[in-house]
Design a protein around this ligand. Sequence first.
Ligand SMILES: Cc1cc2nc3c(=O)[nH]c(=O)nc-3n(C[C@H](O)[C@H](O)[C@H](O)COP(=O)(O)OP(=O)(O)OC[C@H]3O[C@@H](n4cnc5c(N)ncnc54)[C@H](O)[C@@H]3O)c2cc1C
Length: 383
Amino acid sequence: MIDFSLTEEQQALKEMAHEFAEKEMRPAAAHYDRGEEFPAEIMKKAFEAGFLTSTVPAEYGGGGLGDLDTVILSEELAWGCAGMYTSMMANSLALTPIILSGTEEQKKRFLVPVTKEMTFASYCLTEREAGSDTTSIRTTARKNGSEYIINGSKCFITNAGVAGLFLVFANAAPEKGPRGISAFVVPRDTPGISIGKVEDKMGHRASNTAEIFFEDVPVPAANMLGREGHGFLAAMKTFDRTRPAVGAAGVGVARAALEYAVAYSKTRVQFGRPIASFQNTAFTIAQMATEVEAARHLVRHAAWLIENGKPSGKESAMAKCFASDVAMKVSLEALQIYGGYGYMRDYPVEKLVRDAKLLQIYEGTNEIQRLVISREVIGPIVK
Ligand SMILES: Cc1cc2nc3c(=O)[nH]c(=O)nc-3n(C[C@H](O)[C@H](O)[C@H](O)COP(=O)(O)OP(=O)(O)OC[C@H]3O[C@@H](n4cnc5c(N)ncnc54)[C@H](O)[C@@H]3O)c2cc1C
């Protein structure tokens, strides 16, 4: 049986998240966007509401949300402010490898404390020379007795400047290529870690994005997730799990743009009529609404597949790619409906355009998503 309705718990979660987005995030979004300031006070409230540890299983003190719950939550929070949402989501991204690949002891040691005291975590994969090609990372982890010594640097790392915990991908056996990549949990106070340039970004300006350097950073072997060489698989399994939430953020941004466009088109009068009464505007809005619905269905279906343990790599990639493209397209349409006012910072839609763009880039660009999708759809090509 197909059932598209939300459970009572999911409906309550959606309402709770919406109220938070509307009361705490929306009113402050323009302020933090303009100042490119980290919204510490709002994050404190988000922590108290459980949004920073929502995907941590309940037995370790987290929210224990399933994949469908997570996309419902993500849509609402990104509707409030995509930049603030990115900081919250980056926490889940960094904690997911521990949830998926950590031992019982590691889960207790790393997950329980972050549910007790507000802690930001960063997922440290990208490097200057290794973006889409994650297999070519140059950060190394040299075994030294019961420790690994990490050397290298990462760039574009969300939360890096505020994080207490880093999930670092480093190669423990460079001669083995990607099969040497391993994942390590590295507390911020480990000697040898320094934060570099904080990026001045086009959008998501309420989130902190920075470079991070590792110089002879000693990490106990007990902080490695899985066995040596398991890191690349851990990174890919993490993305398969978290990409629908990026899609959901796209739905949230697109829905916000649609709502603004509808409201504006009913009040803006030209040629003696509200612009909503021009067929061009009305049909554009109809198309925007259709695409938001389509994106939401793709996102929820991908989340449903994951939650039910079914193969989901292709659908996760489709959800992320399609929904972030919808966010880009719908926010641009909303800006056009606002006309010249849409171009001005006094109005909310230009921020949505800037925010939508990043969703097409991080957690794997949409070209990389199309690579994942096409490989699965086409299968092996016999020459
Ligand atoms: C604000 C922000 C926050 C981020 N947060 C994090 C984070 O927390 N942790 C983290 O590890 N990373 C993070 N990233 C990095 C992000 O995941 C990378 O920017 C992204 O994966 C692309 O890598 P790149 O920027 O090096 O682009 P490149 O890989 O250099 O790509 C450049 C262009 O080439 C295209 N391209 C590359 N390879 C192919 C191919 N095989 N086929 C077709 N097209 C291709 C790309 O799609 C893109 O259009 C963040 C990035 C930004 C901008």
